[in-house]
Design a protein around this ligand. Sequence first.
Ligand SMILES: Nc1ncnc2c1ncn2[C@@H]1O[C@H](COP(=O)(O)OP(=O)(O)OP(=O)(O)O)[C@@H](O)[C@H]1O
Ligand SMILES: [Mg+2]
Length: 422
Amino acid sequence: MPFDEIFPRMPAGETRKVHTAGTHRIVPPETTLARVTPFLPVMGITRVANVTGLDTIGIPVVMVTRPNARSVSVSQGKGVTLAAARASGVMESIETYHAERIAHPVKFASYEDLRWTHRVADVTRLPHRADGTFSPHTPILWIEGMELMSGTPMWVPFETVHLNFTVPMPPGSGAFIAGSNGLASGNHPLEAIVHAIGELVERDAATLWHLRSAAEQEDTRIDLSTVGDPLCRSMLQRFEDAGVDAAVWELTSDIGLPAFLCRIVPREDLPRHSVRPASGMGCHCAREVALARALTEAAQSRLTFISGARDDMPRGEYLRHLDPAAVARWQRRIRGGGGGRDFALCPTAPGRTVEEDLRDQLARLRRAGIDEVVAVDLTKPEFGIPVVRVVIPGLEGIADSPEYLLGDRGRAIPEHPAEGHA
Ligand SMILES: Nc1ncnc2c1ncn2[C@@H]1O[C@H](COP(=O)(O)OP(=O)(O)OP(=O)(O)O)[C@@H](O)[C@H]1O
Ligand SMILES: [Mg+2]
């Protein structure tokens, strides 16, 4: 089905990739920045700060502040160039602004009331809260999206789409896991959707991987000498030059989209220094981009600790990573073992256009037993910046919080002693 027909309100057009260094985009990051910069003051974005120099690694990282935010007021961006990092940080702040201020009509109804007259997503397969209040007979808010496999409208719980955390919360809140997973923006609606699906597949793959035994996890460790991509090599060299040990594991799930986890730790113990072990993940149809995303995100998350600017990072989170036992565990994990997996044998299937990538993602999801991929178009006509929230019932969410209730895919994995979700 042509995607222009599914999204008649969204600008169609050619989705040929022109930029493929570290991210696949239909325009270079400089063009994205030039387009969106005039809107930043309107959205309350007051600062885009290059914080790369606070660390010694040198992989570009920025932080973007939006003080009047209704969720997180600091976004971060990373990239293989400073322009790419700025585009990523600014676009994350922009998409969050959109999800905080949704102006679409919503419906207040119970699942049982709605399902007779509306196509409703399979709520039983959405990530639920362990302490959740969901009942098919309790009214909650719903918002309409477009189900991409069938090309027909489908309603999803509003709680899985919006990010307005000002109180009081809307009625019916507290049933499903609410967060930014699957929220994305881009230079084209399909670019945003592809990024959102990649993020959801990455989180699902990570949750499943963390449920595996330590031996199974170790089997997925990459032999870094097999990484031939020059950009990834140069970033690994930056870690090396900065005295940072890095290790990479392949997270790729049955869905088959390449996904990686990178963990980094300072080679020397640095007492009284705010440098912590850090990690990053990436998922992308092109394996070298998936890896580049994991490497840049590891550098970004180290800077999160160094800059201390994130308002959603409680003090306990800093202390947890400062714990000498935790640092020693990380060092053992990263330095111990070698990693035997050949990066050149990891899957990779980049399309020529973003549309090809989307078709490939949908086909893979279908083969893995997923039959609903709902995209809620959050684009605001006054800006014209494509923003979507994608909701995929059946995929696992981020399972690192106590309130996360494991879904079918996670429960299908035999239990092992917990290794810790790092
Ligand atoms: N060059 C770019 N042009 C347009 N949009 C971009 C560009 N780079 C990133 N974005 C968008 O900015 C948002 C943040 O992207 P980023 O690459 O930082 O990854 P992320 O994995 O979504 O980060 P996180 O894991 O913190 O959510 C995404 O919605 C992405 O599509
Ligand atoms: Mg994101």
